[in-house]
Ligand binder design. Structure first.
Ligand code: KG4
Ligand code: ZN
Length: 349
């Protein structure tokens, strides 16, 4: 016996719907993601525009995901969906409301349960859709445009927050540095491309929040901070600009920045895995698309027999498959949300 769950995700600037089946493991039956390109014009996500774009997209995106999976909601051809999982927090509240209200209405009309899913819990489940052994216990590093969280995951549903960023999220730091260098939004992928041609020895920035004598119990042992690194980069960019060498320095600057950020994340994640004796590390969020991060994490952890899992880009960035997976797990253990389910901009995991 397996269950079929429809997931809907509208927390930021992607409208996404997916169908996931949960039997012995998770199986992805369909995934549709529509990215809102319009925000590029503004150099960042404009909340009101995001909500309006979700309104026009959420119905066709959901229909397409159901059709691709050969599934249906009550009436129509195809295998019936057993429950609807919707992202209800955290995120842009107007954007969240669109997907959540639509998902609730669909579930109510079909007479099936609705489950509100925490967006960051979704990111934890994404990797399990591709790697059946990417399951707890594991150490998780979630790095996106809005969040940087280091977690110990003892079991699904049992999350211990170890560290977070004290200022900018990792993806936000990538995007801001890209902007400083005159690159379009979102700039993470472009910085990674540039960094490939950069000389790692040319600009060596200090590794934030990493000191040789840090010990478990220090307040900053697991935390990260990227605003100082960003400022160091700003000064380096200005120097290059006034020397008229920005064009030739760009790749080296991108490399110096990425190396410092990656080193910090790898060091903190490795500390967490060692502190809890975990044999698996799971990466998630948009910055987990970064190959340099995944490779550096592997080089650090693999020699100790620790496996590192990173989802493919379409499952690392925001998507509804991870929401459906988390919802399917919650449904399987007898949970459902009540019809008063609401959307929240911020909520702890
Ligand atoms: O998880 P996500 O799709 O959306 C949020 O919830 O924020 O993450 C988007 C973030 C952006 O900041 C983007 O620049 C970053 O992920 N990103 C990357 C890469 N691909 C996306 N950062 C570094 N390297 C990449 N290859
Ligand atoms: Zn996300």
């Amino acid at each position: 016996m397996s269950t079929l769950v429809l997931g809907i995700e509208t927390s930021c600037d992607e409208t996404s719907a997916a169908v996931v089946e949960l039997g012995d493991a998770f199986a992805l039956r369909s995934l549709v993601i529509l990215s809102q390109d319009v925000h590029r014009l503004f150099g960042g996500v404009v909340p009101e525009i995001a909500s309006r774009a979700h309104l026009t997209s959420v119905v066709p995106v959901t229909r397409r995901a159901l059709a691709d999976a050969g599934a249906s909601l009550g009436t129509g051809d195809g295998r019936p969906i057993d429950a609807v999982a919707v992202t209800h927090a955290p995120g842009l509240v107007g954007a969240l409301l669109v997907g959540m209200s639509y998902g609730k209405a669909l579930a109510y009309a079909a007479g099936i349960p609705v489950l509100g899913v925490h967006h960051m819990e979704g990111h934890l489940f994404a990797t399990a859709l591709e790697h059946p052994d990417a399951v707890p216990p594991f150490t998780a590093l979630l790095v996106s445009g809005g969040h940087t969280l280091l977690l110990d995951v003892e079991a699904w549903g049992s999350y211990r927050l170890l560290g977070a960023t004290r200022d900018d999220a990792a993806g936000e730091a990538f995007d801001k540095v890209a902007k400083l260098m005159g690159l379009p939004y979102p700039g993470g992928r472009l910085i990674e491309q540039l960094a490939r041609d950069g000389d790692p020895a040319r600009h060596r920035f200090a590794r934030p929040m990493v000191r040789a004598n840090q010990t478990l119990g220090d307040a900053d042992y697991f935390d990260v901070s990227f605003s100082g690194l960003k400022t160091a980069l700003l000064h380096a960019v200005r120097r290059a600009e006034s020397a008229g060498t920005l064009e030739t320095e760009r790749a080296h600057l991108a490399r110096g920045f990425q190396d410092a950020l990656v080193d910090t994340l790898v060091e903190k994640t490795d500390r967490a895995a060692r502190a809890f004796g975990r044999e698996r590390i799971v990466l998630g969020g948009g910055v987990a698309c970064n190959r340099a991060l995944a490779e550096a994490m592997q080089s650090r952890a693999n020699p100790r027999g620790v496996r590192v899992y990173a989802p493919t880009p379409r499952l690392a960035t925001d998507n509804a498959a991870m929401i459906a997976a988390a919802g399917a797990w919650r449904l399987a253990r007898g949970e459902r949300s009540d019809w008063s389910l609401n959307a929240y901009a911020a909520q702890p995991l």
